[in-house]
Structure formats: structure tokens, C-alpha cells
Ligand binder design. Structure first.
Ligand SMILES: [Zn+2]
Length: 397
């Protein structure tokens, strides 16, 4: 099986992301002539998208009817089209619907909502919006990737077919396998993209943490570097806590009890895991209200400046992932942290002087930093006022 780089503009033969070269077979003749893509499933799987997406994309680009038969793995575009033309079109699909808009890594997952479609990057953690004007977006919104298959689990044959009919069931032949699974298999097995094992999946899920550490760890792994064992242990507990919050939606006292049980109830990294798990997916107003609601819990992890910095960093990460909605509210988010005494003035000043660029792309940090300036101005003024109030002899006459 001939494989090519998922990004054909990358010439590196050691490029990690490969896909099978697209095959095309012309059948029939006259008005009934059609192009069968015999390896559509394998190609789509390497891109971790359902084969119906790529096939439909060809149809839209070529103005041709398509037919997707997921049961029999038959993907057909009407008319005669040669493989190299389809391969060229596929580049466009990959660029628009697969590659991270920020780092161009193909290890992304589609997050589909009524409003838009985002590519959530497994490498850099960013979300980037899919171009909303392409007609395939409507198709994807009507036929979102199956959630159940995101973990790459092999469903049994009696799994009911999806109502939308894109994927008949979660059989291993389907291409809804999470990019992350595929990615991990390459890391652990180092063989092929489609190599896939349960153990690899579990290992990955253990690290499938929204925290910056997890992203950093993944990047280290991607870079082929080794991670100190201590760090992994620490990470795993934070991940357990984060997953617990996401999966069980526990009350705050249960969250803290779980942190205690894990022995991380005073750790700033645990605080970060909690914040990311609680707030990452919250609409911005809910996030702002949530800071007040969960303040007691957040404060329990510790008052030190490293906890406070972790709180700022976590919210900066969250803002960076939702720039379109959250950036404008940066000041209000910071003010809520200040009002609830989760972050003290001094720590804010330090961040203002030197915002951490460790977890978020520097360019985004600068945008967030500049958006936060009215808050810092307010903070200074509030400070001056309180000084005058507290000390009448301050000589301000
Ligand atoms: Zn990325």
C-alpha cells in the first residue's frame, strides 16, 4: 500500500502522519459512469474523519452526485474522475477540515455545534473554526462524527445504527476513531498510523487531560523526548481528578474529597486541573458566574502565589481556546478572580508585568494581556482610593 504524507507540502519522509494514496476505479459508461474509491475508508481513517465527509466533499467540489454506503464500504462519485484529481481535491479537504488552523497538525477532532464547527487540536490544544461558508459544513452539522466512537472503542455489531445514517455503526471499519488514538499508536508502536491497540488507547486516555501539562507532555512525546517519571505520576493524578469532574459532574465538596483521596488537595497543578475541567467548555457568562460559585473550592487548594498564578494561567488557557467569545470578557474574568480573592493584587501585577507564555501561544497571550489593561487600570485606581481611605494623613492634599 503506497502511503503519502497527509500534508503533501511536507516533503520529509519521516513525517509522522501518513495516509494511503487515494485509489479510483471507473465503472460503468455513458450516463451511468461513476468513480468508485475503493480505499476511501482507509484514507478517511488516516485523517480520522468519516469516509462520507471526504466523499461528500468531492461531490461538492466536482458538482457531482455521490453515494456513501457505509455498510459495504462503497464510496462513489458520479462521473469519471482520476485518482490524481481526487488526491488534489483531498488536499483542500485536509486543509479545511483536518489540519489545525494554528499549528497545521492533522491530529484534530471536530467539535460540532449548531453555531459552528471547530477543529480541536490534540497537539497544541487550540480550537480553530472551520470555514463556515463551505457547503460541507452543513452536511457535517447534520451528520456529526459519532461521539461514542471518539474514544476509538469498538462497538459490537448490535450497536444501533446512527440516526443520521452517516456511519452505520461503530465497527472498526468506521473512520471515527479519535485522531488521538491513532496518534498514540504511532507513538507507542512507532509503526503505522492505523496500528491500534487497547493498551495504547488506555494509556492515551489516561493522559487525555485538558491541562497545559498534558499538552506539554504530548508535545514532548511528539517530539520524541522523554518525560521524567515523577512528572508522569503527578500528571496522572491530576488527570484522574479532571476526568472525575468531567465524567461525574460532582459537587464541590466531592471534588475536594477526591483531591484529598488522591493526595493532591494542596497542589497548584490540581487547582489547574479543576479549573480546566470546570470551566473549559462553559459559555463565558457561566464561567464568570462560576468563579463566584466555585470560589470556596478553588481557594481550598492553597493561597500561595503559585496557586494564584496557576489560576490566572488556567483562565488564560481557557480564554485562548475561545478567543471569539471570551477575549472581550478578559477583564471581567480577572475581576471575578480578584473579587473572590482567588488571585491577589500583587500576583496580578506580576502577571501584568510579565505574563506567562508557557502554556499559550505568545501572540494570544499578548492579545489577552492587552485586553486586560482596563482591569489593571481599575485595579490601580481602586488601590489608590483605598489608600486614601485607609490613611487620611497620606498627604494627598
Ligand atoms: Zn494545533
Amino acid at each position: 500500500m503506497a502511503t503519502i504524507n497527509v500534508r503533501r507540502d511536507v516533503e520529509d519522509m519521516f513525517y509522522r502522519y501518513k495516509m494511503p494514496k487515494l485509489e479510483a476505479k471507473i465503472e460503468g459508461k455513458g450516463n451511468g459512469i461513476k468513480t468508485v474509491i475503493p480505499n476511501m475508508v482507509n484514507v478517511a481513517r488516516a485523517l480520522t474523519r468519516p469516509p462520507s465527509y471526504t466523499t461528500k466533499y468531492f461531490g461538492i467540489e466536482l458538482g457531482a452526485q455521490v453515494s456513501c454506503d457505509d455498510k459495504n464500504n462503497r464510496y462513489i462519485v458520479n462521473g469519471a474522475h482520476d485518482a490524481s484529481k481526487l488526491q488534489d481535491l483531498l488536499d483542500g479537504f485536509i486543509d479545511k477540515f483536518v489540519l489545525c488552523g494554528s499549528c497545521k497538525n492533522p491530529e484534530t477532532r471536530l467539535v460540532v455545534s449548531k453555531r459552528d464547527i471547530q477543529r480541536k487540536c490534540g497537539a497544541c490544544g487550540k480550537r480553530t473554526q472551520v470555514i463556515p461558508t463551505h457547503r460541507l459544513t452543513t452536511f457535517i452539522q447534520k451528520n456529526p462524527p459519532l461521539k461514542d466512537d471518539n474514544g476509538g472503542q469498538h462497538a459490537t455489531a448490535d450497536t444501533p445504527g446512527s440516526a443520521n445514517g452517516v456511519s452505520s455503526n461503530g465497527s472498526p471499519e468506521d473512520s471515527n476513531q479519535d485522531p488521538i488514538d491513532v496518534q498514540l499508536s504511532t507513538i507507542t508502536a512507532g509503526i503505522t498510523l492505523n496500528d491500534y491497540s487497547k493498551e495504547a488507547e488506555e494509556k492515551w486516555i489516561a493522559k487525555l487531560d485538558m491541562s497545559a501539562e498534558a499538552i506539554a507532555l504530548r508535545q514532548k512525546q511528539l517530539a520524541g523526548g522523554l518525560v521524567e517519571s515523577g512528572e508522569v505520576g503527578d500528571l496522572d493524578e491530576n488527570t484522574v481528578l479532571g476526568n472525575y469532574i468531567v465524567d461525574e459532574k460532582p459537587e464541590d465538596d466531592e471534588i475536594y474529597a477526591k483531591a484529598k483521596e488522591l493526595g493532591i488537595h494542596k497542589k497548584y497543578r490540581a487547582l489547574r486541573a479543576v479549573i480546566l475541567a470546570l470551566f473549559s467548555e462553559a459559555p463565558v457568562q457561566q464561567l464568570i458566574d462560576g468563579i463566584k460559585k466555585h470560589a470556596d473550592l478553588l481557594l481550598k487548594f492553597g493561597p500561595e502565589s503559585k496557586h494564584q498564578k496557576a489560576a490566572i494561567d488556567s483562565f488564560v488557557i481557557i480564554i485562548s481556546e475561545h478567543m471569539d467569545t471570551h477575549l472581550k470578557k478578559t477583564g471581567l474574568i480577572f475581576k471575578a478572580l480578584y473579587d473572590e480573592e482567588i488571585v491577589e493584587e500583587e500576583t496580578f501585577h506580576q502577571w501584568n508585568k510579565k505574563p506567562s507564555k508557557k502554556h499559550v501561544d505568545a501572540e494570544l497571550v499578548l492579545k489577552i494581556h492587552s485586553q486586560a489593561q482596563p482591569f489593571f487600570k481599575w485595579l490601580e485606581e481602586a488601590d489608590e482610593e483605598s489608600e486614601t481611605d485607609d490613611d487620611e494623613d497620606s498627604g494627598s492634599e
